[in-house]
Write a protein that binds this ligand. Structure first.
Ligand SMILES: CC(=O)N[C@H]1[C@@H](OP(=O)(O)OP(=O)(O)OC[C@H]2O[C@@H](n3ccc(=O)[nH]c3=O)[C@H](O)[C@@H]2O)O[C@H](CO)[C@@H](O)[C@@H]1O
Ligand SMILES: C=C(OP(=O)(O)O)C(=O)O
Length: 438
């Protein structure tokens, strides 16, 4: 594991391009398991989570060819069916949250799949009930394998069959998993209360290109006409909207002017407006976002003058993955805001580190924090801290970049799992971040 050593207080300037989206890549790479033919995917981010998922696929027997940066061919024509039911497989899955996404394709294509308790961030309970219920709706049976400490899903004789289902919540990976399982089921599956964020839409587009008939893409009512067989296809991953938001926040926190290039603006939903509510006068320029340097970032109030409330919600609401960054940005704006993290219960505890740095924040309960902005008058102080999860990690990195003095952030694998070469890319804008191997 390594530590970031950050010399704060440097102005940033220039252009930065977001990497391909982590969360889309995890779905798309898993979908390659649905066909024995070649799937060509470009703009895959070279990050820890993706490398680990690709490693898992290779262990399963998938042929992977890296043709250049972010450019991969996957061919799942010779899957080792003994391996995908082995203890080693289940153990590997348990250490990688994205591995939940291989369950749907494996169940659909090979009739059996294990659900290890997935690893990843400690940001709250990460239930997989929606995934499992969805697959049971398609006819799978469930039992618990004591030796492997994992749930086993088994397809009925003759394969999964389509049905109507209403999801208990619009789970993103749950929806993706059920779509992939339904892709090879007999008959038609209708999923109501489906998650519809751009990365689920992208999964549907890839599956359409592979020959699947899907109606309702981008809505919460999906109709999937199961196919006998899917074929190879080409796919390009969208820019990572969480990186785009992180860079907007970074510019404001450092009172700097930057341009975020090629953001796929139309797929950002409510994200740009949410940053505007913190007083950031960002502009759309073609498919770029220009963030001007400002003396003051004035947080809006509600129409009746009451304190602004920024809360997450399933798409098209605001993604929970940006609230940590927005919270840190607010510490240097003028005015106050209530950050309400509704979807996860343990994602706000990192505010203690910001309070150590001099930020004015009241943690009301595990879900809500009130931030009183310092209006760039009292700069944050340097601190030594650990990255508790991927998004708190990037938020603390941005805080350290704006702080007076030299900070250290340990456990940066939590940042590396989602942000590609982040130290060098931010240093190219003028940051001073050094990676110290421990
Ligand atoms: C690999 C991947 O793609 N991970 C993303 C995915 O995780 P993931 O798919 O695991 O997250 P889910 O959408 O299942 O749920 C996230 C949290 O929100 C809650 N919930 C969900 C839906 C709902 O209608 N109401 C509700 O309260 C769930 O109980 C859970 O606590 O989606 C999350 C929500 O956007 C993101 O934070 C993760 O980065
Ligand atoms: C929580 C996240 O990812 P994961 O679901 O992979 O833990 C995230 O990307 O913010």
């Amino acid at each position: 594991m390594s530590t970031f050593v950050i010399e704060g207080g440097h102005r940033l300037a220039g252009e930065i391009e977001p990497q391909g989206a982590k969360n889309e890549s995890l779905q798309i790479i898993s979908a390659c398991l649905l066909t024995p033919e070649e799937v060509h995917v470009t703009n895959i981010p070279e990050i820890l989570d993706v490398r680990n998922l690709i490693g898992l696929l290779e262990c399963m027997g998938v042929k992977v060819e890296r043709r250049g940066k972010g450019d991969y061919l996957f061919k799942a024509d010779d899957i080792d069916t003994d391996y995908i039911t082995s203890e080693d497989f289940v153990r590997r899955c348990a250490s990688l949250r994205g591995s939940v996404l291989v369950v749907g394709p494996l169940l659909a294509r090979f009739g059996e799949a294990f659900f290890a308790k997935p690893g990843g961030d400690k940001i709250g309970r990460r239930k997989v009930d929606t995934h499992i219920t969805g697959m049971m709706n398609l006819g799978a049976s469930l039992d618990y394998d004591e030796a492997k400490r994992a749930y086993r899903l088994t397809a009925p004789e003759g394969g999964l069959h389509g049905t109507y289902m209403l999801l208990d919540e619009a789970s993103v990976t749950g929806t993706a998993n059920i779509i992939m399982a339904a892709a090879l089921a007999h008959g038609t599956t209708t999923i109501y209360n489906a998650a519809c964020e751009p990365y689920v839409q992208q999964l549907c587009r890839l599956l359409s290109a592979m020959g699947l008939e899907i109606e309702g893409i981008a809505s919460n009512l999906l109709t999937i006409h199961g196919a006998e067989r899917l074929h190879g296809a080409e796919h390009r991953i969208l820019p990572d909207m969480i990186e785009v938001g992180s860079f907007i926040g970074m510019a404001a926190l450092n009172s700097s002017e930057i341009t975020v290039k090629n953001v796929s603006y139309d797929n950002l939903g409510i994200i740009p407006d949410s940053f505007r509510r913190l007083g950031i006068a960002l502009e759309r320029r073609g498919d770029d976002i220009y963030v001007p340097a400002q003396d003051v970032y004035e947080i809006e109030t509600a129409l009746d003058g009451s304190i602004l409330n920024i809360a997450d919600a399933p798409w098209p609401g605001l993604t929970p993955d940006l609230l940590s960054v927005m919270l840190v940005v607010a510490t240097q704006c003028r005015g106050s805001v209530l950050i309400h993290q509704k979807m996860f219960e343990s994602r706000l505890f990192f505010v203690d580190r910001l309070i150590d740095m001099g930020a004015q924040i009241m943690l009301c309960d595990p879900h809500r924090a009130v931030v009183i902005g310092l209006d760039h008058k009292n700069t944050l102080k340097a601190n030594r801290m650990l990255s508790p999860d991927i998004r708190a990690g990037i938020a603390l990195l941005l805080a350290a970049m704006s702080a007076k003095g030299t900070s250290e952030i340990g456990n940066i694998s939590q940042i590396d799992r989602g942000y590609e070469d982040i130290d060098n890319r931010l240093n190219a804008l003028g940051a001073h971040i050094f990676r110290r191997p421990d």
